[in-house]
Structures are given as C-alpha cells and as structure tokens.
Design a binder for this molecule. Sequence first.
Ligand code: PMP
Length: 295
Amino acid sequence: MSPAQGRSLAWLDGRVMELSEARIPVTDHGFLYGDGVFEGMRALRRRIFRLDDHMRRFAASARAIALELPGGIEAVRAALFETLRASGRDDAYIRVIASRGDGALGVDPTSCQVPRLLCIVDVLRLYPPEKLEAGIDLITSSYRRPPADVLDPRVKSLNYLNNALAKLEARQRGADEALLLGLDGRVAEASVANVFALREGALLTPPAVDGALEGITRRSVLELARAAGISAREQSLGRIDFFAAEEAFLTGSGAGIVPIRSLDGRALGAGRPGPVYRQLHAAYLAAVDRLGTPF
Ligand code: PMP
C-alpha cells in the first residue's frame, strides 16, 4: 500500500472509529483546561519508531501530573496497535492522548472520575521533498518558552498555547517554524521540534533545563552522531550559535530531521543542507528499520 493510502482512525472509549466521527464531551478537562498529556509517534514501513521510549515518556508524563492511565501502559499499546492495524497504513502519524476526563466546570481535577484515553492514527505529514532539499526558514519568536520550573518541558502536556502562538507568528511572518528562547535568552527549541547546531564539528543541542523537550528523535540523533564518530552533546546555546553554525537542523517525530536554511532572514551555514545533516538523515531512516517495532 502506498504511504498516502489507508484510513484515518481514532480509538475512543474502547472502540475504533473514523477520525472524523470521534467526539469527546465538552466537559473533558483536557479540552477545558489542557489537563492531560500526549505522545506523537511515527510509523514508517510498518514499524513504529522507538515505541518503548514513547511509552516510557507517556507513562512518566502521566505520573508527573498524577494522572493514572486507564488500564496502564499495556492498554495504551493495545489501543495503538488495534487502531494502526485497522488503518491499513504502512506509514502513519500516531497520537495518544490521556486527559483528566469529564468533570465539573471548576479546574479541580478531583471532580474528574475517569481519565480518558484516545489514540489517533493519521497520515504522516512530512515536509515536501523540495523543502527538505532547500531547508526551512525560521524566525526567532517573540514568545518565550516558560521556564522549566514553571512548566517542565519534560512533561508532554496538552498546554501548547505558547507553541501554537509561536507557530502562528512564524507563519504570519512567512517562515516555516519558530525558534523559542527562554526568559534568559537561551535557545530552547522550535515550536514542536528540537534544534541542533553544528559548531566547529561538534553537534550541540540545548538541555532540558533551557526549556527543551527531551525529544526521542533528538536522543536518537545524539546516539547516531556519536556512533558515526561525530562529537555530540547537550549545551546551552544562544542565537549566535545558530548564526555562526556550519549546519543547523531540527528534529521531531512528525517532521523527522529537517535542515534549517535561515534564521530571521539570515542564511545559516552554507545556506543548504550540509554533509552532517545528510549523513544523520540517512542513518535515521535506516534506524527506523533497525529500532522500529513491527505492527
Ligand atoms: N519539542 C516539542 C515541544 C515537541 O512537541 C516535540 C514533538 N513531540 C519535540 C520537541 C520533538 O520530540 P520527539 O522527537 O520526541 O517527537
């Protein structure tokens, strides 16, 4: 089956249905207050990339907000496989969401009796090949990433307003993505992706304390780089590190690894995807086959 074929489905309240037919009550605190957590995963060629890592992060996010996953992580896996197989897709974007569930209108989570689990399988929307070949354009967002001791970026919660506004700002300014800084001016990440800069041959990415999600693609890229003999580590970065970089790219489960062509209208590196990006992108695609869980 070609990647574009297959159905978009949702698993909700124990049943698989067309995505367009899935409904949740307006009293769900995930909707009312963003009280919930989620994961986004990619499947390529009938393999889910680093499923166990995603399940671990999902369970940790849920625990961090005192939300008990109904049926535990095994129920999440079962829902995910059922939906994915029913979709008929070989490549897919998979989203699992756990919300606090239905409750009274007050913010108090104790009014919610049962958390709600939802799984969505949809088409994997990648940047078009021309964009991957040319690189994407970023702007520095005027929105800041909340500090880690306000909204811990290691918890993948449903609070994405800042990310959404940063993305909107990027689109309104004709760019593809936004670079978010912390209150101290250090680079945190992009709106829904981690960022990397190659400086003097070393691959650098901001640490979680600077507001970066501990991305699963990010960790894979650090591992793949080291395996290829490229020095790679977490380090606090400023915008200057991107302007001075030999190469820059972003990473995420949805987007994969995407080269950055410009920041705030200034060309980065050689202004086209560099050799380290190309090497790591190829290694990443091969890793999906090696590290993916078949379904
Ligand atoms: N940062 C944010 C804010 C994200 O939402 C995502 C996408 N989940 C990422 C980074 C990339 O993380 P991952 O590689 O685990 O998808």
